[in-house]
Design a protein around this ligand. Structure first.
Ligand code: BDR
Ligand code: CA
Length: 325
């Protein structure tokens, strides 16, 4: 089967970075048309630099990387340095990457790429606030039939919010963008905190990744060890949730997840619950089933997949050379 064409829209972020490593380790299944970056965990200048750094680390300096929206559609920006560190990817040493930043704006890249593709030809994978995706849908609604599905990280139902009592970070940062995406009419798979909070980077798991010994695995272990410190204290859990790679894991091994087809609506008015995802898990309304809401995951299977795929970098010449293709 031909590799699935995807665009990853991200705001690295340690967990976004691991999602990129996982995706770039899997060229037989995933044909990454480009990486688009958005303001989120840290400001745009850092998220685009961080995405390019990750391409350097895996030796994919040819990967097209684009910079997108530097602020949400209507809200003031919110960042999360207190979790991710000042660079957004603390845990690896920052450097100026060789991977160039392409000139085109991320929103125009998304539009042009979708329009050039056939019907249902491209999967969008947002792992940050969905400003770029919503801006593309608003600017060029004719792209819609070209989207196969949108596999996103965002939202929370049973777990409650992580940035406010009601809201998950990615949705809270740009609730209007999330609202546009959830209403767009294309198939959506949503990885919210209900599953990502089950995917814990325990010491054992991080140790197994570090033991692989290749530069990508070492960068992953470094970032996960840093990422750990805030969440373990906050949740009292053994290891931080690894949110964003759930999207890529779903594309590689959907059987790891349990999903429910239901309605997900985003709160965009209330100051108290702004960014809340109202998930109609029990179908108590007649609102349209617009999303497949992930509610369970085989976490051991997830880490097996991640560790196996990171091991692939052993055989490749990473950091500045060809990487896996
Ligand atoms: C999401 O917010 C960010 O901090 C992470 O990168 C992830 O995308 C989790 O709420
Ligand atoms: Ca993210």
């Amino acid at each position: 089967m031909a590799a699935r064409k995807i665009i990853i829209d991200c705001d690295p972020g340690q967990d976004d970075a691991v999602a990129l490593f996982l995706a770039m380790s899997s060229p037989d299944e995933l044909d990454i048309l480009g990486l688009t970056t958005v303001a989120g965990n840290v400001p745009l200048a850092l998220t685009e630099r961080n995405a390019r750094m990750m391409c350097d680390i895996v030796g994919r300096t040819d990967m097209p990387v684009f910079s997108g929206c530097d602020k949400p559609l209507r809200c003031e920006p919110i960042t999360a340095e207190y979790i991710h560190g000042e660079t957004g990817i603390d845990g690896v040493d920052a450097f100026e990457p060789e991977t160039p930043l392409r000139e085109q704006h991320a929103v125009d890249f998304i539009i042009d790429t979708l329009l050039a593709a056939g019907e249902s030809a491209v999967t969008l994978v947002p792992t940050g606030p969905m400003t770029n995706i919503a801006a593309a849908l608003q600017k060029a609604p004719e792209v819609l039939p070209h989207i196969d599905q949108i596999v996103l990280m965002g939202g929370a139902m049973r777990e409650g919010g992580n940035r406010t009592p009601s809201a998950e970070f990615n949705i809270l940062v740009d609730p209007h963008a999330a609202d546009t995406v959830f209403r767009c009419g294309r198939p959506i798979v949503a990885m919210g905190l209900d599953v990502t909070h089950k995917v814990l980077s325990t010491r054992e798991r991080v140790k197994s990744i570090a033991a692989l010994g290749n530069p990508v695995a070492e960068a992953t272990a470094g970032m996960l060890s840093f990422f750990d410190r805030y969440d373990t204290e906050k949740y009292g859990s053994e290891g931080a949730p690894l949110h964003d790679p759930c999207t890529i894991a779903y594309l590689l091994m959907p059987e790891l997840f349990k999903l429910k087809h239901c309605n997900v609506a985003v709160e965009t008015e209330s100051a108290l619950t702004m960014g809340h995802t109202a998930v109609d898990f029990w179908h108590v309304t007649d609102r349209p089933h617009n999303a497949h809401w992930a509610w369970d995951i085989d976490a051991a299977g997830f880490y097996e997949l991640l560790t196996d795929r990171l091991a692939r970098y052993q055989a490749s010449n990473t950091q500045g050379n060809r990487g896996i293709r």
